[in-house]
Design a protein. Structure first.
Length: 436
């Protein structure tokens, strides 16, 4: 049924183009997609990329340290976008046929359908979008195209706190506020608050949030605000500083990403869910091949006093909220959510021979009661990464990237098999990107 719905939507969106007498290929730049137009002004763009990936992980400190290897198709993306003749109406469909998630997750989800939305430009400053897309209330790295990442993987701040994509109403603005080229970019979002591809029952209320970006030195070249490494080699300094905030009124997962995975009830057997609040500040700077990205995110929760029962994985109901040997509803609920703070700082330089050297430091600080203390997936406060990339052209069409990460594993951490880690982790990654 999901496949039928997707094909139907694709057919509806391409009807205007199919009705044209002729469709022309306007231009093709390797790595930037195929651009088509119709006789009456319809435009369509088809693009995609593939990313085979390998990872090697080693735990130190054990008597017999194990090495884990993983090979997979990290991403296999196809995107179709277009606009009507007056260019006020536009649309986008994006799929990932690899079935993997955007971040290295502790939760499973349906990841084939990524973007599906229609946008309308109200005027030169405001656009309104309805459908599923990335949300402005996530950290800045989630506004970066996956094909243009500076390192093989996104930071752990992203995997801990981000929602990645949501379904709802989005309003974006762009305002020039000075003759010198200063810009403000406000964004508002009202979404379902349950993450992407929610085909099941809707849980909780809506999620409300927004972002405000300030660009003191003008707009970036070649969409540089949404691409990490400075391939364009900005001739003048470019900076964007942003703040974001969101309030999720009733969340049925750890941070509003996987709807219905964690359910609580009141005395009447009705759903009663905690609220999730997230706030952050971030920036990105680029100049002549040098780039810096910095992010800070804080996640907190409000737990209703009316919660008296919880739904187990098998569907049965329990009134037990025992934690640390005591019955405590609030602490039990918080211990299953992503509560705490984290920051990520990374920098890199792209040489004129298209070799890039990059480095990243990520720090996580969990609340006393938070799923960030989970020994298998998290409970690792510090991540140190160095990376080396070779771009095979003057854009993001093809590249080879390698990185090496050293991770501090706090006391109580364990590997994927449940074996305690007596030391730390070393992770090596290699990824190849080829687009069209």
């Amino acid at each position: 049924m999901k496949t039928i719905k997707t094909l139907l939507l694709l057919s509806i969106l391409t009807i205007p183009l199919l009705g044209e007498a002729q469709i022309y290929l306007d231009k093709y730049e390797y790595g930037e997609g195929l651009n088509f137009s119709g006789e009456k002004g319809y435009k369509m763009r088809l693009e995609g990329f593939v990313q085979p990936y390998m990872e090697t992980k080693k735990y130190t400190g054990n008597d017999d340290p194990d090495i884990y290897n993983r090979f997979r198709m990290r991403r296999l993306r196809l995107q179709l976008s277009g606009s009507l003749p007056d260019e006020r109406w536009s649309y986008r469909l994006r799929f990932d046929l690899s079935g993997t998630s955007e971040a290295d997750l502790d939760e499973t989800e349906n990841n084939i359908l990524l973007d599906a939305y229609i946008s309308y430009d109200v005027n030169d400053h405001i656009s309104v979008t309805f459908g599923q897309k990335s949300t402005p209330t996530d950290n800045r790295e989630l506004n970066i195209n996956s094909q243009t990442l500076q390192l093989p993987e996104r930071s752990r701040v992203t995997s801990v706190f981000s929602t990645i994509r949501e379904f709802g109403l989005f309003v974006n603005g762009t305002y020039r506020i000075s003759k010198g080229g200063m810009y403000l970019k406000p964004a508002l979002a009202i979404t379902n608050g349950d993450g992407q591809n929610v085909f099941k029952k809707d849980h909780g209320g809506l999620k409300y949030g927004g972002r405000l970006d300030f660009l003191p030195f003008g707009l970036f070249n070649k969409f540089g605000q949404f691409r990490e490494a400075d391939i364009a080699r900005e001739p003048t300094p470019k900076l964007v500083v942003g703040v974001n905030y969101s309030y999720n009124d009733g969340v049925s997962s750890r941070r509003g990403r996987n709807s219905g995975s964690i359910i609580y009830l009141n005395d009447e057997g009705e759903e009663e869910l905690p609220d999730y609040i997230k706030a952050g500040i971030d920036f990105m700077f680029k100049y002549k091949g040098f780039s810096v990205l910095g992010e800070y995110v804080k996640g907190s929760a409000k737990v209703s006093k009316d919660i008296t029962q919880r739904v187990r994985n098998d569907g049965s109901v329990s009134s037990s909220f025992e934690i640390d040997g005591q019955q405590n509803v609030s602490n039990y609920v918080k211990n299953r959510m992503m509560l705490g703070e984290g920051y990520n700082i990374q920098a890199g330089y792209v040489f004129k021979n298209l070799i890039s050297v990059d480095a990243r430091y990520t720090h996580l600080r969990a609340d006393n009661y938070s799923f960030m203390n989970n020994g298998t997936f998290y409970n690792r406060p510090n991540y140190y990464t160095i990376g080396l990339s070779k771009y095979l052209g003057k854009n993001y069409g093809a590249k080879i990237q390698a990185s090496f990460t050293y991770t501090d594993a706090a006391e109580g951490s364990n590997d994927n098999n449940g074996t305690p880690i007596a030391g730390n982790e070393w992770v090596g990654r290699l990824i190849l990107t080829v687009g069209f």
